[in-house]
Ligand binder design. Structure first.
Ligand code: FES
Length: 400
């Protein structure tokens, strides 16, 4: 927000000193049918969308964007949806990771160069979450994350089947003649049976949980299934909240601090999160000029038990995690052991403790208690030695 005009977008839409430019900025926007009152200086909310039919995990994001828009309008804002590069983990060759930084630059410049006062990030498939968080961090506007949510549990021949985790076993079984070609195709059809991202605790669900642990989404964001109506209610509420955040000038750097990252590392240990979180959190922190190195993972992750019994470390899937209480229960359990910085601020204006301390667990086999964890010393471990002088990452959550 600058002093002369109330919000950043006023430099485009309400400038009295550059009337010709204002004519152009507003005039061309009107061709989409926006009525005059939307240019009255109200907050303009960018909805940064990684929707793509080539990124199937994010294929439902146009619908989520519509829910965000309802919330933005309700709060008196002006929502404008825009596309950014969408890196699909399942399709993109040679690897989606090659494009994460490119996508983050797209996000950064799309936000910075446009008349946007606050931004809602629609993220899901693995690399789409870090790339959007990185780009938004560099611009540092009021920002809120909305994940697309996981697919429903896969079911095949009487058993649950998790994204990714099951594929290697099925392939081995096919090669060994344990299952038929028909079984193999049926498993493929049964695994990805709804909209959403991978429903194991892979990178997508880990990064959704990291966004929640950092305080960058509304509570509960990570685990609500993509097709659950509560996902769309959360998107609506996020749209409503971002308008308030713009009015309160709550930028991303006012939410995310070094302590938020330390909280996220601890939550990662408790959920049995992906090793990819190490490189993605480092990249987001780097954009915020926050020092986060491998030693922080050892320091913060040491002694954190893995509580969440999800594949690939454990048994269940994201749908079960949501019904058991999701990330809020994990955060609550860490707070009860004095392991988190509970006063860290979050996007809804409440602290981590205020958001999560009353969370209830509905299944202690899915989210285990400290007394009976999946793995006593979980998390991510950093090893150093003659074959990895700069450090190597291992994930001990598979067993003590
Ligand atoms: Fe997109 Fe797994 S392939 S989340």
């Amino acid at each position: 927000m600058n002093k002369k005009n109330k919000f950043r977008s006023s430099n485009w839409y309400n400038s009295k000193s550059h009337r010709r430019d204002t004519f152009i900025h507003r005039g061309w926007m009107r061709n989409q049918g926006h009525p005059n009152h939307l240019f009255d200086g109200r907050p303009v909310i960018g909805i940064c969308n990684t929707w793509s039919e080539l990124t199937p995990c994010n294929g439902h994001f146009r619908e989520i964007a519509e829910s965000v828009k309802k919330g933005v309008y309700e709060a008196g804002g002006f929502p404008l949806e825009f596309p950014v590069f969408s890196a699909s983990e399942s399709n993109l060759r040679p690897t989606a990771m090659l494009f994460r930084n490119l996508a983050s630059m797209d996000v950064e410049e799309a936000i910075r160069g446009n008349p946007i006062d606050g931004v809602v990030l629609l993220m899901g498939c693995d690399k789409t979450t870090p790339s959007l968080m990185m780009g938004a961090a560099s611009v540092d506007l009021p920002t809120i994350g909305v994940s697309g949510g996981p697919m429903l549990n896969g079911h095949h021949q009487g058993e649950t089947i998790g994204s990714g985790t099951g594929v290697w076993k099925l392939d081995a079984d096919l090669n060994a003649g344990v299952i038929t070609e028909e079984d193999f195709i049926n498993a493929e059809i049964s695994m990805s049976r709804s909209k959403g991202n991978c429903m194991t605790m892979g990178t997508a669900s880990t990064m959704g949980s990291m966004v929640e642990a950092l305080g960058m989404s509304l509570p509960g964001n990570a685990a609500i299934p993509a097709v659950d109506s509560r996902r769309y209610a959360l998107a609506h509420m996020s749209g409503k909240r971002i308008v308030e955040m713009v009015k309160e000038d709550i930028t991303m750097s006012k939410i995310v601090t070094k302590k938020s990252f330390e909280n996220a590392i601890k939550v990662n240990g408790a959920i049995g999160g992906s090793t990819n979180a190490v490189i993605h959190l480092a990249a987001i922190a780097g954009r915020m000029e926050i020092d986060l190195d491998l030693e922080d993972w050892n320091k913060c992750g040491d002694g954190i038990p893995t509580l969440v019994n999800l594949q690939p470390s454990g048994k269940y899937l994201m749908e079960d995690f949501y019904y058991a209480g999701g990330v809020p229960v994990v955060i609550k359990r860490l707070i009860e052991k004095n392991l988190l910085e509970e006063n860290e601020m979050t996007v809804n204006g409440k602290t981590v403790a205020e958001n999560n301390i009353n969370a209830k667990c509905w299944n202690n086999d899915v989210i285990k208690k400290f007394e009976n964890p999946l793995t006593k010393n979980g998390g991510i471990k950093i090893l150093k030695g003659n074959i990895a002088p700069n450090g190597a990452i291992i994930k001990p959550s598979l067993g003590d």
